[in-house]
Design a protein around this ligand. Structure first.
Ligand SMILES: [Zn+2]
Ligand SMILES: [Zn+2]
Length: 224
């Protein structure tokens, strides 16, 4: 029986005012061992996921599709891809534990109250089994259902809102095994339109992280 550690849950923090500067060392650029520290999917894995009961319909689901396609469209031969193959609105409960979902490759996406993680959390991704050098076989992504300032459209994100598409692309990156964030201090994380998707935070009222950047892609390529 495999087990998982839930001690490390990644998310996007909100930056409400300006930027933050963390004392990260320089990124060891593009090294899989620096970024894919929670295991990898098998070569050429087709990763299926279902949407849990309660997840909003319409534009929200459209953004999920577009988010995973950012990674699929940039994937090279041998790299895993994500598909929405499972039955819609499957009931996987509410825990968001990817090891608690029965079966191989039955990942799920939840619309959950994440207040238990703190007020700034907008989403969280977990992997199973989530250990160094492991073979990943499931994931869960939870989006905060209590947040009033989500923007689920695909036009310019109005000021003050959290861009759902950007957050979804970021979380799918984690789900694919891109576990560690590119450090804020890295040149790939500027406060402008070139900001990489896998930077650790997102700016309100922007839509910069909807599409994967060259740094996201070549780090992913280096791992797979
Ligand atoms: Zn993250
Ligand atoms: Zn790079």
């Amino acid at each position: 029986m495999k087990s998982t550690s839930l001690a490390r849950i990644y998310l996007v923090f909100l930056l409400v005012v300006g930027g933050i500067f963390l004392p990260h060392p320089p990124a060891s650029a593009h090294s899989p061992t620096s970024y894919f520290t929670a295991g990898k999917w098998p070569t050429s894995q087709v990763i299926s996921y279902g949407i849990n009961i309660g997840f909003p319909t319409g534009s929200w689901r459209s953004r999920l599709v577009e988010a995973k396609d950012q990674w699929n469209n940039s994937a090279s031969t041998g790299e895993p891809k994500i598909y929405w193959y499972l039955a819609d609105d499957v009931n996987h409960g509410s825990a968001g534990d990817p090891c608690g979902i029965s079966g191989f490759n039955t990942a799920a996406i939840f619309w959950n109250d994440l207040d238990y993680l703190g007020s700034n959390w907008v989403a969280a991704t977990r992997l199973c089994p989530q250990t160094l050098n492991s073979t990943i076989y499931n994931f869960t992504i939870e989006f905060d259902s209590t947040r009033s300032n989500w923007y689920s459209g695909n036009a310019d994100n109005p000021g003050g809102n959290v861009d759902f598409w950007s957050v979804a692309t970021h979380e799918f990156g984690h789900a694919l095994g891109f576990w560690e964030h590119i450090p804020e201090s890295d040149g790939a994380c500027p406060d402008d339109s070139t900001r990489a998707t896998m930077c650790p935070s997102t700016y309100l009222g922007t839509e910069r992280q909807r599409t994967v950047s060259p740094h996201d892609v070549h780090t992913f390529d280096a791992a797979y």
